[in-house]
Structure formats: C-alpha cells, structure tokens
Write a protein that binds this ligand. Sequence first.
Ligand SMILES: [Zn+2]
Length: 346
Amino acid sequence: MMKDGSVNQDLRPGLCPLLELAARVGRDPLLTQASTGNISMKLEGVLWVKASGKWLADAADDQILIPLDLAGVHASIWQNLDPAECYPNASIETAMHVTLPHPVVLHVHSVNTIAWAIRQDAAAQLATRLEGLRWQWIPYVASGLPLAGEIERVLSIRPDTDVLVLGNHGLVLGGKDCHATAELLTEVERRLAIPARQAHPADYAVLAELAAESHWALPDDDAIHALATDPVSRKILEGGFLYPCQAIFSDASTPELFRAAPAPDPDLADAWKNQYADRPFLIVKGRGVVINRTMTPADTAMLSGLAQVVQRTSPAAALRYLTEAEVAAGSSTVAFRYRELANASH
Ligand SMILES: [Zn+2]
C-alpha cells in the first residue's frame, strides 16, 4: 500500500470486463454525459473506482480507474471522513461505491431514469415500472457521505437491494459481476424508457446570423435546440434546477441561465447582444441555442443530457426542483470537479 492509502496498480487482468462495461456505458449519451457516472469493482481487498473527472467513455484508452485500499476507505467512512476528500482523485461518489456491498457497482446519469426521478410522484411511478426488481427509492440527498448514509439506511431495511433510484440525480446498480450488472442495466432502462418529445426544428437562419462574427457558435448536437424550440421544455426549465450538474454553468444559485431569452429584435440588435454577451450559452426563445465558443466538450455534453431529460418529461407531471440550499451545497463541488478535471482529461 502507498503512503496515502492507495495501492499499486498491479491487478489489471481482472478489470477487463469492468473497463469494457465502462466504455460501453460511457459512449451512450443517454446514460452518461462528460465525466458523470462512475463504476467500481471490489477485488482482493482493493476498491477499483473511477477517478474523479475521468470520462467512462475513455475506458479503453485511458487509466480511468484508481485503486484504493478497501479497508481504508471503510475506515474513513466510519470516522465520518469522505473518502473523496481523503484520497486524491477518488470519485466524488466513492463513499457510495464502498457502501454498496456488491462486487460491481455502476452509477449512471440515465436520462430516462432522471426524467422519472425529478417528478414529485417519482416513487409511485417507479413502483409500477420496477415491480419485481429489488429496488429502492432515495429522495434527493447530496453526493458523498450524506448519500452513502442514506444508502446504508435503505440497505438495512432490505439488504438484497441491487437497484437504487436517486431523486434528482440518477441510477445506481449493484451486481455480482459485470455481466449481471450490464443485464440489470438493460432491464431497468427497458422499463424506464420514455420516448423523447418531438421539438420544432431550430431557426438556423437566425442562429447563423447570431453566430456570424461573434463569440457564439451553433452546437454540434441539434437536439440541444429543443431547449429553445419546445414550449414544454422551456416551461420546465423556468421552474428551477432539476439536478446538481446543471450548476456547472453557473456559480449563482439561480436558474436564470436556463430561462429563454427573447428572440433578437433587429432594431435593438446591439443592445440585445450586449445583454447576453457573458452567457456560456443562450437559449433563444423559439429559435434555438447558441453556445459560447469557450464552452468545453464537457459543458456541451451536459447541455445535451439536459435536453434529453426535459424532452422526456411530461408537461402534466409536477416536478420536484432542487431547493436553493441544495443547489448552493452541491454546486461548488460539482462545478469544481467538472472544470478542473473533466475538460483536462478528455
Ligand atoms: Zn452522480
């Protein structure tokens, strides 16, 4: 074992199925966006867990896993210390991975799962769809030790649980091996699948005009424009933050960024441009989305994921938005992790 409690990386062969699963999950934008999602395996006293900021999609080419001494990680939790803070580069969700007893643990920001998990009636909706599976619902709680504590509590009620749906967050699965975990993922995704609403196409003429000789660009993913062209999606976003990852764009705890700007008035074009010049992206009502050229692949991936979630959210559903306190508590950590690590590593 190394001085900091980590161990040498000499257990590679047993990790191949884990890396294959990580790569497959990471390449699916409906399951993970940017460096979100993580995976782990408990192997001979070592917890192999995705390093913070790494992308699951890079599993085939990059060292995305770090080895941690399993007993040491348990010990840190018993002392009420978050392993993500004790071990440099450990995933922010390390406490969750070690609290679940399964040899393999997979956590994804599945857009289908999130579209259910942001609803006020999520528990009831999920109960019908996940009937027969060993699943439990965990209302929103911050990542790290608070989430690990909740997981411990629900496992004490039903120790055979292997599916957890996290309110305003995502999905966690545990399995005896990678194959079982992958099969469980397929089954849960099949049951929770929601078709995306069709959005009105973007007004590319207006967007091209905005992007001409400016710091604005059009996103590569056309689906992002739904944030602006679909009235239901615009209304959903006006209500507030749906999950903490939205905070990567903003230090403020207000969802102002996600509120659509009115379409530019040709007579007031300069004033309009100045008003929104500082935005990382701009949702132009009824027209489409332009993104600041400084936006990173991680930023764009998060925006794509958000569009996929809201396009799957029913206009009839009452939503459970994050409270200001929840956004403030989660945003600094989330924003830090993305900015410092996600962009550098991809
Ligand atoms: Zn997460």
